[in-house]
Ligand binder design. Sequence first.
Ligand code: ZN
Length: 213
Amino acid sequence: MKPFEKLLLENKAWAEEKITREPDYFKRLAEVQRPNFLWIGCSDSRVPAELIVNAEPGEIFVHRNIANQVITTDFNSLSVVQFAVAVLKVEHVIVCGHYSCGGVKAALDKQRSDLTLVNKWLMHVKDVYRFHQDEIEALSTRDAQINRLVELNIIEQVYKLAHTSIIQRAWKKEGRPVLHGWVYGLDDGLIKDLISLTPDHRLEPIYQYSDPA
Ligand SMILES: [Zn+2]
């Protein structure tokens, strides 16, 4: 059996198991999507959003990219945020990164000439390093430096969310969502809470919209 064929076979078994437990399972799921959470995570295969918080299909709206970034010129992540916040009306937006992130590790290295697109994507993580260079360089091991940059990068993405008109409008008009920055440990499977911003958070004036549309 080819590796991809195993996935299709597993899918059949999974669907059958669900129907055995609850005959209307897929009918119920297909009717409406009403997740309470938007999850912005890393593409890393070891950090599957629903699995690590034991969530069912329908509970979490998910976007994943390399190093869990919110980049204000990236239509992909921003359209996901807009749909989740303005249409699905999620109450919580979670940025969840993870320790030992390969993207963050790569951002701390020289740029690879064969990865021109990835370089551009990781440039934003390099900027986070530059903002906190002294703090990161003061750490004695490479692993500690990587893991601190992982945390700082997550916190930065939470602020980047808060800087969008999408979030500021929802904060002002509907008093939601709460923004969360979490970090997942590959070695113990546990999530640590790093930061949360509530709708009454006061942003620096330069990031405030006078009238978020
Ligand atoms: Zn990662």
